[in-house]
Design a protein around this ligand. Structure first.
Ligand code: AMP
Length: 216
């Protein structure tokens, strides 16, 4: 099964992908996670991507397409769920070509939509523990002690691109460069709308309904 998640920053793509990955045994390929790993390793790609990411802009297509093609080659054994890729028409075309070459195609594009006025608050409140990875939200799931991990690890981190200023650029990039993909995939007839304004649990149930219907 190959599933693509579309949606603005803060829509809950990462959270929903994790539930789907656990239930359906798919591989979660998050282009943002891969880029953050490259940055930590201080690779050439990581260094090139850094300025774009910190400014809330998209990393150029040639770098992203090469990076994702390498991931597909390394994980050709499993079905996967794509989170954050493709994000431009150019990336979507490159993905279509690569899948066609292997006689594969996308089973569903999940369009997770959230009202714009909710996105900024969702993103700027995100925190995580650098030690154990536990995720928090200052409003919806706060730690017991201010800015400290409940598992006694220490202080929580905020992603540098989750600040109010940068997130506005990311939302802007989504509208200009990524939202047109909904039309692109609608022409292929495989877009499914998910209302991301609902609670996490409600979205997960609807997601499972859609994914169950894709099973052979
Ligand atoms: P994310 O974790 O998906 O929000 O991605 C974080 C940042 O990584 C984005 O704001 C972009 O700078 C970069 N990025 C991730 N995926 C892509 C992509 N498919 N195309 C271009 N840039 C990307």
């Amino acid at each position: 099964m190959i599933v693509v998640f579309l949606g603005p920053p803060g829509a809950g793509k990462g959270t929903q992908c994790k539930s789907a990955v656990d239930r359906y045994g798919l591989r979660h390929l998050s282009s943002g996670d891969i880029l953050r790993r490259e940055r930590q390793e201080k690779s050439d790609l990581g260094k090139k991507a850094q300025t774009y990411m910190d400014a809330g802009q998209l990393v150029p297509d040639d770098l992203i397409v090469a990076m994702m093609m390498k991931e597909f080659e390394n994980h050709s054994d499993a079905g996967f769920i794509l989170d954050g890729f493709p994000r431009t028409i150019g990336q979507a075309q490159a993905l279509d070509q690569a899948l066609k070459k292997n006689n594969n195609s996308i089973d569903a594009v999940l369009n997770l939509q959230v009202d714009d006025d909710k996105l900024e608050q969702r993103v700027t409140g995100r925190r995580s523990c650098p030690e154990c990875g536990t995720a928090y939200h200052l409003l919806y799931n706060p730690p017991q002690k201010q800015n400290l991990c409940d598992n006694s690890c220490g202080e929580l981190d905020q992603r540098p691109d989750d600040t109010a200023e940068v997130v506005r650029n990311r939302i802007d990039a989504y509208h200009k460069q990524t939202a047109p993909l909904v039309d692109y995939y609608q022409k292929q007839g495989n877009v499914r709308l998910l209302d991301g304004n609902l609670t996490i649990e409600q979205v997960t149930l609807k997601l499972f309904d859609i994914m169950d219907s894709l099973l052979p």
